[in-house]
Write a protein that binds this ligand. Structure first.
Ligand SMILES: Cc1cc2nc3c(=O)[nH]c(=O)nc-3n(C[C@H](O)[C@H](O)[C@H](O)COP(=O)(O)OP(=O)(O)OC[C@H]3O[C@@H](n4cnc5c(N)ncnc54)[C@H](O)[C@@H]3O)c2cc1C
Length: 495
């Protein structure tokens, strides 16, 4: 039986279960009675992001399709000039999948890039691209020449400069975040000057812009590492949740491992008791690699099982069994590295206007992972939030980004919650988020900045001690504070 056929069978069980429970029992979502809806109004001159909870007034929103060679720079210079004259902020973005207004300039000029330029250099294993290029397009073009991204997120919709500006990471190992795979970029400053930043030219601005949420200027193009694509074989190992951190880093000492991640069970009865580690190594035969497959049919079926978990503890347990038992037995086939990361966000879309998916992410030292599991056991099951998934990755130490979230090697713990879009749902999420941030910080860990901005000011400083220095350097680079977004307005403006 080939891989697709086996997966289809397996995930078809998800479709059936999703369909059965949806039709027979209806949703049993936790409901917070008597609350005001926070669903977006969609009114004119309001801009939102992937959270659906960040609607913010803006002055104007333009979409720019020009590349750096075909007019992008002069369009951006004009926007900067006008915004400056009017005293308004400017912000550039790609997919606006950040979740707390990090890509939205209040009352300002919001610019969305939809640009295409891609130029590989196979001799150097790098590619040049326009800053608004999305990973799906870049990946397709690299795949065609036998290469793939060195580090990108687990989904392919995001912009490449955005990835650098949040310093995102994925599950390619044993690397640090995407910034570590960036060679250089061009940055348009507040005064219209275009400068090159790299490890040898304007290195201070390079480090400030890496994970700097667009607050230093507008990136117009980039040069980024790629590496040869490979055919990989997965290995599945079950373990107790508390042991994952140490066992994962031990497994990654094997230099042949190219991709690796983990999962834990999310049903409330056995919450985070069990973990599954999946590592991928190259197969002997690396000839004739197939083109990167998209998620297509198979992942659309997986969505049903994923969504059927909402409010159903039994289905959460069933999904865990599917992943650890059926999946390990039936889908242990070969897959290319590029196919593994060629997944659009829309695959798991909830299609429910009353709820929204909210991501959280915490970075914790492997040796403290067991204690972090206990923090989550204490905080999450008692909340109103529905945790549908947790993925565990590895991020090597990042000593470059000023706002580094991995000053030492860390396990990245990515959680996907389904949140009711109500005032009480939001208040409960904010409370739970602060508890998780504090519990993580007490263990020396850090939370991730592109998601909801529920942290307190003290928590921001505790998690990112360099934030004050970041704000000082930003003010020196951008004295009129032209480049602003909610991350600046809520926290950094006070530093
Ligand atoms: C479903 C989902 C899965 C995710 N998975 C991962 C993951 O695996 N790993 C991970 O690390 N993160 C992950 N994230 C977070 C994601 O990496 C960030 O939200 C990222 O910013 C998304 O890219 P974007 O194009 O939507 O960025 P946007 O939200 O558009 O922008 C992000 C920031 O970059 C700035 N920016 C963008 N382009 C430019 C530019 N050209 N010049 C200057 N500033 C710019 C924006 O102003 C903003 O501050 C995930 C998010 C979602 C919703």
């Amino acid at each position: 039986m080939n891989l697709i056929t086996k997966r289809t069978l397996l995930l078809g069980s998800g479709a059936l279960i999703g369909g059965f429970f949806g039709a027979k029992n209806g949703a049993k979502n936790p409901v917070l009675d008597g609350t005001t809806s926070l669903q977006q109004t969609g009114a004119e001159n309001l801009l939102n992001d992937a959270s659906g909870l960040s609607e913010t007034p803006i002055h104007k929103h333009i979409i720019v399709r020009q590349d750096p060679n075909t007019g992008l720079i002069s369009i951006l210079r004009d926007e900067i000039k006008t915004a400056k004259a009017e005293g308004r902020p400017v912000s550039l973005s790609a997919a606006r999948h950040s979740m707390g207004g990090q890509s939205i300039p209040r009352d300002g000029h919001a610019i969305t890039l939809k640009t295409d330029f891609f130029e590989p250099d196979t001799a150097k294993s790098t590619f040049r691209c326009s800053s608004g290029l999305r990973w799906d397009s870049a990946l397709k073009q690299m795949d065609a020449i036998g290469f793939g991204p060195k580090v990108m997120q687990s989904n392919n919709d995001f912009g490449i400069a955005s990835t650098f500006c949040v310093n995102a990471h994925g599950w390619p190992v044993p690397y640090s975040a995407m910034g570590s795979t960036t060679q250089s970029f061009k940055l348009l400053m507040h005064d219209g000057e275009l400068i090159t930043c790299s490890r040898t030219e304007n290195q201070d601005i390079f480090n400030l812009t890496m994970g700097g949420y667009g607050l230093t200027g507008l990136i117009t193009e980039m040069e980024v590492d790629m590496l040869p694509n490979a055919r990989l074989q997965p290995k599945f190992e079950e373990m107790q949740g508390k042991d994952f951190g140490t066992k994962f880093v031990a497994a990654l000492k094997d230099p042949t491992v190219q991709m690796g991640y983990g999962r834990m069970n999310v049903d409330k009865r056995d919450f985070f008791e069990n973990a599954l580690m999946i590592t991928y190594r190259p197969t002997e035969n690396q000839d004739d690699l197939p083109a990167a497959s998209g998620s297509g049919f198979v992942s659309k079926f997986a969505r049903n099982l994923f969504r059927a978990q909402l409010g159903h503890e039994g289905i959460k347990r069933h999904r865990w069994w599917v992943e650890t038992d059926l999946q390990a037995k039936l889908t242990a086939g070969e897959v290319t590295r590029n196919s593994l990361i060629n997944e659009p966000v829309v695959t798991l879309d909830d299609r429910d206007p009353t709820r929204t998916d909210i991501l959280h992410e915490y970075f914790i030292e492997p040796s403290r992972f067991a204690e972090w599991v206990n923090v989550c056991k204490r905080v999450i099951p008692g909340s109103y939030q529905e945790l549908l998934n947790i993925t565990l990755r590895y991020v090597a130490r990042d000593s470059e980004a000023v706002l580094s979230y991995a000053p030492v090697d860390r396990i990245a713990c990515v959680m996907l919650f389904s949140q009711e879009m109500t005032v009480r749902g939001e208040a409960d999420m904010a409370r739970m988020t602060r508890d998780l941030i504090q519990g993580t910080a007490n263990l020396g860990g850090t939370y991730y900045l592109p998601y909801r901005l529920h942290a307190t000011q003290d928590q921001l400083i505790q998690n990112y001690p360099a934030a004050t220095n970041f704000a000082t350097l930003k003010r020196a680079l951008d004295p009129q504070l032209l480049f602003r977004n909610a991350l600046w307005d809520i926290y950094m403006a006070k530093l």
